[in-house]
Design a protein around this ligand. Structure first.
Ligand code: SF4
Length: 458
């Protein structure tokens, strides 16, 4: 959500003449987009702001703005605590940014805008995306959340759930496709309840509309609340051609007692039933999840129930978090806090267990041929398995199941010969814990050459 918001921030400032600066030192305006979901992210934002003090001293005309969830939560306090900050803007103030920046430039005033409305933020269309070399992009379809999980600040800092109109979403995706985007990830705190409050189309109906967009290759979405995962959406995995074979379905805990304390409104049994339905409809679907360990009151038995659920589901991968108290979230007031060392111990055990299943799932793909959407150059040019090698261009892409695949194509990309954005078949040769290594089928790769050797290795 913050990646998308950052792109919108850059986009609304383009008409004012701003463009992305290559370095922080060269910038006339710095936007710090913050996250309040975990304590660590909030601390990082303040420490980053602290580091900007010297820069502002050297460059008094510099405008420093703080947005996002911490800005929404702390509001004026940031202006008071951090003297170098000129603007604090909340999660619903992005479209008012041009006006604020103009005022600050002209009057050198300091502004706080954390006003919450019940209107959905829409941005002007027709402005060229600022980040324009990406093949995959996020598109927010709704904002806010009505679920009030007891550990979470989102409903407090992003407000109640509001959905965007389908025609605005479709127009935005069409513009992205015209700019070269091939894959979109539709974003919402709970996409399953898209449009319900406003009486718009359902989320699966929206998926069908997006599926019709010519030139778009793939659709993903996140996040899906298990309690609202409908039969219609499960069936979409079999019926909507461009929908990728991956669902992120956060379970958070395998213990019914903890799920109840978290206010998740589903049981372990219901969650497992949904997994069964998904695998029946789409046997190869990748399932990923979020788990919080050390929630207040989590006993050893509760944690064992989580481990058992992980063994039963065999997730493709997991995002794991040690619980941390968040201001405004009810669980901050819950007693029976789990000590940090116990939390870390449980986190470690869970990570090790999941590593086993991630590698197992990845290894199962070795020998298969997977269609990959090529997203760009791999960061590790010239290396394979830690050894320096030169063998053409190393590309990276993803399977429909969202697994990263790196591979080498011998050709040097030119305008006519650039794999970026192409869908190509890759034979999977090796599996690692976070990625796969493959060989393109029907694209002749050059043999590997070890650095410093004259001849090509076999
Ligand atoms: S569904 Fe729960 S965890 Fe997700 S954003 Fe809403 S309140 Fe937070």
């Amino acid at each position: 959500m913050n990646v998308y918001d950052s792109e919108q921030i850059a986009k609304v400032l383009t008409p004012l003449g701003y463009e992305i600066s290559p370095t922080i030192e060269a910038a006339d305006l710095i936007m710090v987009n913050t996250c309040a979901i975990r304590e660590k992210a909030e601390q990082k934002a303040f420490s980053f702001l602290g580091r900007l003090t010297a820069l502002k001293r050297r460059k008094p005309g510099l405008i420093i703005c703080v947005g996002g969830c911490v800005a929404q939560q702390e509001g004026r306090m940031i202006i008071e605590r951090v003297p170098q900050v000129d603007l604090v803007f909340g999660t619903q103030a992005i479209n008012r940014l041009p006006e604020h920046i103009r005022n600050i430039s002209l009057k050198r005033c300091r502004i706080t805008d954390v006003e919450m409305t019940r209107e959905i933020m829409e941005f002007p269309s027709g402005i060229k995306p600022v980040v324009d070399d990406n093949i995959t992009r996020f598109v927010t379809i709704m904002r806010g959340c009505d679920n009030y999980c007891t550990y979470c600040v989102v409903p407090h800092v992003r407000g109640p759930e509001i959905s965007r109109r389908p025609e605005n979403i479709i127009n935005e995706i069409r513009e992205l496709v015209e700019a070269g985007v091939k894959e979109v990830t539709l974003l919402g705190q709970n996409v399953n309840s898209y449009g319900m409050k406003e009486g718009l189309c359902s989320f699966p109906e929206l998926l069908k509309l997006v599926n019709e967009i010519e030139g778009l290759s793939r659709i993903r979405f996140t996040t899906s609340h298990p309690k609202d995962l409908s039969e219609e959406l499960i069936s979409a995995f079999a019926g909507i051609e461009k929908l990728c074979s991956h669902i992120h379905l956060p379970v958070q805990s395998g213990s019914d007692t903890i799920l109840k304390r978290m206010n998740r409104k589903y049981t372990r049994e219901l969650y497992l039933e949904k997994i069964e339905r998904l695998r029946k409809i789409s046997p190869d679907i990748a399932i990923t999840s979020d788990i919080i360990v050390g929630f207040p009151g989590e006993t050893e038995d509760d944690f064992r129930a989580t481990l058992d659920l992980v063994k039963e589901v065999e997730f493709d991968s997991l995002f794991t978090f040690g619980y941390s108290d968040r201001k405004n979230a009810p669980a901050a007031r819950f007693s029976e806090k789990v000590p940090d060392d116990k939390k870390n111990e449980r986190l470690q055990e869970l990570l090790e267990l999941q590593e086993y299943y991630t590698v197992k799932k990845n290894r199962a793909l070795v020998g298969s041929t997977e269609p990959i959407l090529v997203e760009g150059f791999s960061k590790k040019q010239g290396t394979e398995d830690g050894q320096e090698r030169f063998a053409g261009i190393r590309w990276t892409g993803r399977t429909s199941t969202n697994k990263i695949v790196n591979f080498i194509d011998a050709k040097t990309p030119t305008d006519d010969d650039n794999l970026m954005g192409n869908r190509i078949d890759v034979m999977i040769e090796k599996a690692f814990s976070h990625s796969l290594w493959g060989r393109p089928v029907n694209v002749k790769p050059m043999p590997l050459r070890v650095k410093g050797e004259e001849s090509y290795a076999a």
